[in-house]
Design a protein around this ligand. Structure first.
Ligand SMILES: Cc1cc2nc3c(=O)[nH]c(=O)nc-3n(C[C@H](O)[C@H](O)[C@H](O)COP(=O)(O)O)c2cc1C
Length: 66
């Protein structure tokens, strides 16, 4: 997904289709029985280019316990 992003593509990871349509995916993509399907990643050229999402400061979400 990072490599795709670096090339201007957008991705969306999904586990729902694996749960709901595993056998259809296996048949459609000719995935052999010895291979397990863990995730589907949609890939394409994005219609929009949103800016960087807001992020909390690291100190707001991290506590180091010593
Ligand atoms: C492990 C994982 C599985 C996901 N599975 C689905 C899915 O099955 N269907 C779906 O619509 N979004 C799924 N998502 C969420 C989308 O990939 C995406 O993060 C979400 O739509 C939020 O998008 P946004 O961060 O641009 O708001 C999954 C995310 C993760 C990390």
């Amino acid at each position: 997904m990072l490599a795709a992003h670096a090339k201007g593509l957008a991705t969306c990871p999904m586990t729902g289709p694996v749960l709901l349509a595993s056998e259809q995916l296996r048949e459609y993509l000719s995935i052999p029985p010895e291979c397990q399907i863990n995730m589907v990643i949609a890939l394409g050229y994005p219609a929009e280019h949103p800016g960087r999402l807001p992020r909390k400061e690291v100190d707001d979400i991290l506590t180091i316990v010593r």
